[in-house]
Design a protein around this ligand. Structure first.
Ligand code: HEC
Ligand code: HEC
Length: 251
């Protein structure tokens, strides 16, 4: 979903107090793709191995827990993901209002509107009082204008270069950047010529979606998962990596 809809995760999503439901859905989608990093784990319209597919979640949400409305369930999924574990999955999702994701209350409301819109209709508003609060001192009424930047929460470790990230996540163990030699994975020395930025992004966040001919499916995804890549990587780091690789055009 990310690669098809957006070439880059968005820089920022502007959350306003008086957004209509339709506007909340648009902003909520941007937050989910960008700052929320939801699609590092979740899929949209294909069976997810790491996390449940979110297609149709707006329709399913009200049926998950007896006595819970769809908003109740979605709020709990975001604030206390460990409270109800979807069958077949591990409790690896961290609460969306805490680091590293750190969504604010208005952002959570927008994300809930977006999730409701997937197979249902958004009934949440910017004034809805959830059972949970991102900040205990926060009221349900958000500040008039709030500009959310992807970079704030993780600025401290976001200044690594593409080269450094490539080493940090052990990409170099399987990919050559300097020669057209195959290691466990294909050489990436000319990947910027072969793949668009969107395709590079998809190869990294969902390596099994398109498997390069002649290579084994699952090797890269399993290794990155084992290394905690999904939990570690930030949207800013992803952008840096994709930009770095898109410049590799052979020698
Ligand atoms: C680190 C991986 C990861 C990230 C990031 C993540 N999730 Fe999850 N999420 C999971 C897993 C695994 C489950 C299933 C286990 C559970 O219920 O806790 C889940 C469950 C859910 C559910 C319940 C799904 C259902 O079918 O009942 C929703 C809704 C959800 N996540 C939304 C989100 C949203 C929105 C974001 C971004 C703000 C997000 N998740 C980020 C891994 C993740
Ligand atoms: C354990 C080995 C391994 C590691 C570690 C690994 N990859 Fe891969 N990678 C592969 C394999 C195998 C493929 C080909 C199969 C596929 O597409 O999943 C691949 C495919 C790719 C592709 C698509 C290449 C093409 O020519 O189509 C990109 C881009 C990529 N990897 C980037 C990365 C980045 C960035 C990292 C580090 C964050 C990384 N890989 C870590 C093994 C690995």
């Amino acid at each position: 979903m990310v690669p098809q809809k957006e070439t880059h995760p968005p820089e920022s999503a502007e959350v306003r107090e008086n957004m209509s439901s339709a506007e909340m859905v648009v902003v909520g989608e941007k937050i989910s793709i960008g700052k929320g990093t939801c699609f590092l784990c979740h899929t949209m319209g294909s069976h997810g191995s790491r996390a449940p597919d979110l297609a149709g979640i707006g329709g399913r949400a009200a049926e998950r827990i007896e006595g819970y409305s769809d908003i109740d369930y979605l709020a709990e999924s975001l604030f206390e993901p460990g409270a109800y574990i979807v069958e077949g999955y591990n409790p690896i999702m961290t609460p969306a209002h805490k680091a590293p994701i750190s969504l604010t209350q208005p952002e959570v409301l927008a994300v809930i509107a977006y999730l409701q819109s997937l197979g249902g209709s958004p009934t949440v508003t910017m004034k809805t009082n959830l059972k949970y609060s991102a900040d205990p001192s926060a009221t349900a009424t958000p500040a008039p204008t709030l500009v959310v930047s992807n970079d704030e929460a993780s600025a401290s470790y976001d200044n690594l270069s593409g080269d450094e990230l490539f080493n940090k996540y052990a990409c170099m163990a399987c990919h050559s950047l300097t020669d057209p030699v195959q290691l466990l994975g294909p050489s990436l020395y000319d990947v910027g010529d072969r793949l668009s930025r969107a395709e590079i992004l998809e190869s990294i966040i969902d390596p099994d979606a398109v498997v390069t001919e002649g290579f084994v499916k699952g090797v890269m995804s399993a290794t990155l998962q084992g290394a905690g890549f999904d939990e570690d990587i930030t949207p800013q780091q992803l952008r840096t990596l994709v930009e770095f690789l898109s410049q590799k055009k052979g020698s």
